[in-house]
Design a protein around this ligand. Structure first.
Ligand SMILES: Nc1nc2c(ncn2[C@@H]2O[C@H](COP(=O)(O)OP(=O)(O)OP(=O)(O)O)[C@@H](O)[C@H]2O)c(=O)[nH]1
Ligand SMILES: [Zn+2]
Length: 189
């Protein structure tokens, strides 16, 4: 990532809004923001497939669901955060492999840490899981609040957007899909 370019851009934004980028409190702001962007856009320089180098041959053919994976992403239209939880479930194939549970959360992060729209983030997680594990099916559900809808524009704080991506057997088999959805949306208390 080109830190100098980000810093120059932030300085221009500060000037653009009528601030003085040379006043004490703002002196290090371009540098801080550049460091922050390196962190929140780290997914741009990461290959999500790398998280699936280690998998296990477990012959488990029932559904695996990791629910409530917190994520933070950046809306590509306004460059403000959208954030919430991801639920990722897959059904391993008969001759298929399972992955470490943490890898599902790493996969979510790899795609969340980019300029995104929620729909694409959801599909990318599902498609990569299909490619890497060749499972019978995958379902990914994301629930998120978009700050571009809360703090500005239409100003509707508290709205949550739910997106889903269903692949493979879960797409075809209504009973398995219903089971996944009832586990995902089961009451938490
Ligand atoms: N589908 C989709 N839309 C998004 C997402 N994040 C933000 N948006 C929307 O992207 C749209 C951009 O619309 P524009 O009309 O180009 O931009 P705008 O004038 O700033 O729109 P307002 O937010 O309505 O003020 C807005 O309706 C946002 O709510 C997302 O993840 N998915
Ligand atoms: Zn936005």
């Amino acid at each position: 990532m080109d830190r100098a370019k980000i810093e120059a851009g932030v300085r221009l934004i500060l000037e653009g809004v009528g601030e003085d980028p040379d006043r004490e409190g703002l002196l290090k702001t371009p540098e801080r923001v550049a460091k922050m962007y390196e962190e929140v856009f780290a997914g741009l320089v990461e290959d999500p497939a790398e998280h699936f180098e280690t998998t296990f041959d477990e012959h488990h053919e029932e559904m695996v669901l990791v629910r409530d994976i917190p994520f933070y992403s950046m809306c590509e239209h306004h460059l403000v955060p959208f954030f919430g939880v991801a639920h990722v479930a897959y059904v391993p194939a008969a001759d298929g492999r399972i992955c470490g549970l943490s890898k599902l959360a790493r996969l979510v992060d790899a795609f969340a840490k980019r300029p995104q729209v929620q729909e694409r983030l959801t599909s990318q997680i599902a498609d990569t899981l299909m490619e890497q594990l060749h499972p019978r099916g995958v379902i990914v559900v994301l629930e998120a609040e978009h700050l571009c809808m809360s703090m500005r524009g239409v100003k509707k704080p508290g709205t949550r957007t739910t997106t889903s991506a269903v692949r493979g057997a879960l797409e075809r088999n209504q009973t398995t899909r219903a089971e996944a959805l009832s586990l995902i949306f089961a009451r938490r208390d």
